[in-house]
Design a protein around this ligand. Structure first.
Ligand code: IFM
Length: 464
């Protein structure tokens, strides 16, 4: 990235500023407090699945340091905190027995947040399915849909008096396709039909949970978190347009068409054929429950190219039925994840969603951020690349809002460095640096910069 001068910008009054995390990535205490195992415990303890044999056994030890962590959030000026609830901490087997100690942890977290004036925003499912459910088919098993509904209702009964803003699923595309088609995430399957079944059952579970939560309590603000991307051809040979459209259907349209229109993209259903045989009459009505908000996670545009004759396409394993394309070559400028930096795509994506889905509810940006491994030197961690990334993306977001997109808040990913799934602890997304030997937290320069953004409700001139 090159340094550019920018004008000061302000966000609308009441715009909500926060940061996000997820249970398996930060909590640790995998065997404490009556928690049951999840698919990520199994996966991370399976040889060869996670870089450096890292696991979430300890992670950031947030479970034992929750008081200190919430105090840190308050010092950083966060107005809201997005976290996820570990299903297996509150229902160790995913159904039946409820673990009071697990519930008490989330009650304490919520009470601490409220005591500091921070709005809680829990997600019910951020990929850590109870292992007990996986053993009877996980989300491939249609029964898991109603067990998810029971869990959602339980959480509203327990926390609904203090928490109004909830999301059901985080990035259901990742769980379905990275977990069941590409085999890169838990539970590690490479079975396209399983992936499509899970993609459908996740949305069905979302719809059922929304109904169950509303039946428990009025006035909740319910949403789902999707991770859409622009799909672009870059480099030679160009990717065929029909294949780009198919990737777009799998990655983007399935989720928005399903939840907002009550239908799946016809082109994708045609391509899937019998792979999509889990869909039953009446399911789409359940899926298309009215929503109070939509969560959008945006990191980068997906860049693909056509394949040369004989070149393998196995890197597109997360997109069943797509053929003849592969990931484009890495750009020179990228984050530690290898991801390109495409803030202009953020504006374009939000405008597209606004145009194509007239019934889109108000949007919250529920994740945006980047991995850069800048070290702590003499107690300070200077991370100018993260500040520039965030600055550029906030400007792109404000641009989309000025052009009519209704966005009510923004959560940076992530509050602190954490377990980056199959890549372990080396990819650092945090505003706060975590030393995984001592578990010491050190707010980076970006955390102090973000605190100032929140205070001024905008960006200063020339800050990137
Ligand atoms: O760490 C993940 C998070 O769990 C879901 N969204 C993307 C982040 C960065 O990869």
């Amino acid at each position: 990235m090159t340094m550019t001068e920018h004008a000061a910008i302000t966000f609308p009054d009441g715009f909500l500023w926060g940061a996000a995390t997820a249970a398996y990535q930060i909590e640790g205490a995998a065997h404490d407090g009556g928690r049951g195992l999840s698919v990520w415990d199994t996966f991370s303890h399976t040889e060869g699945k996670v870089a450096n044999r890292h696991t979430g056994d300890i992670a950031c030890d947030h479970y034992h340091r929750v008081e200190q962590d919430v105090a840190m959030m308050a010092q950083l000026g966060l107005q809201s905190y997005r976290f996820s609830i570990a299903w297996s901490r509150v229902m160790p087997d995913g159904r039946g027995h409820v673990n009071a100690e697990g519930l008490a942890f989330y009650q304490r977290l919520v009470d601490l947040l409220l005591a500091h004036g921070i709005t809680p925003c829990p997600t019910l499912f951020h990929w850590d399915l109870p292992q007990g459910l996986e053993e009877i088919g996980g989300f491939r098993n249609r029964d898991t849909v109603s067990w998810f509904g029971d869990y959602a209702a339980l959480m509203v009964r327990e926390l609904g008096d203090r928490v109004s803003m909830w999301s059901t699923f985080n990035e259901p595309w990742c769980y379905a396709y990275l977990g069941h088609a590409a085999g890169l995430h838990a539970p590690g399957l490479t079975d396209p039909r399983a992936a499509v079944t899970v993609a459908h059952h996740e949305l069905l579970a979302h719809g059922l949970a929304v109904r169950a939560m509303r039946a428990e309590r009025d006035g909740l603000q319910l949403g789902i978190v999707i991770n859409p991307s622009n799909i672009r051809s870059e480099g030679a040979p160009a990717a065929p347009a029909a294949q780009i459209r198919l990737i777009d259907a799998i990655h983007n349209r399935w989720w928005f068409d399903g939840t907002l229109r009550g239908e799946y993209p016809a082109d994708l259903l045609a391509s899937y054929g019998a792979l999509a045989d889990a869909i039953q009459p009446g399911d789409m009505e359940t899926i298309a429950q009215p929503l109070d908000w939509m969560g959008i996670n945006y990191y980068f545009d997906i860049l693909v190219r056509g394949v040369e004759a004989g070149e393998p396409t196995d890197r597109m394993g997360a997109y069943p039925t797509v053929a003849g394309v592969t990931e484009a070559d890495e750009r020179d400028e990228h984050t530690d994840m290898g991801w390109p930096i495409t803030p202009e795509g953020f504006t374009e994506l939000l405008l597209r969603l606004h145009d194509e889905y007239p019934n889109m509810p108000p949007i919250y940006i529920t994740e945006n951020g980047c991995a850069y491994d800048d070290p702590v030197v003499a107690g300070r961690c200077a991370d100018p690349r993260r500040i520039e990334y965030l600055d550029l993306h906030l400007r792109a977001l404000r641009d989309a809002m000025r052009r009519g997109v209704d966005v009510r808040g923004y959560y940076q990913w992530s509050l602190m460095d954490n377990f980056e799934w199959a890549l372990g602890y080396d990819k650092r997304f945090g505003l706060v640096h975590v030393d995984f030997e001592t578990l010491q937290r050190t707010p980076r320069d970006s955390a102090l910069w973000y605190r100032d953004v929140i205070t001024r409700n905008g960006l200063a001139a020339g800050s990137s």
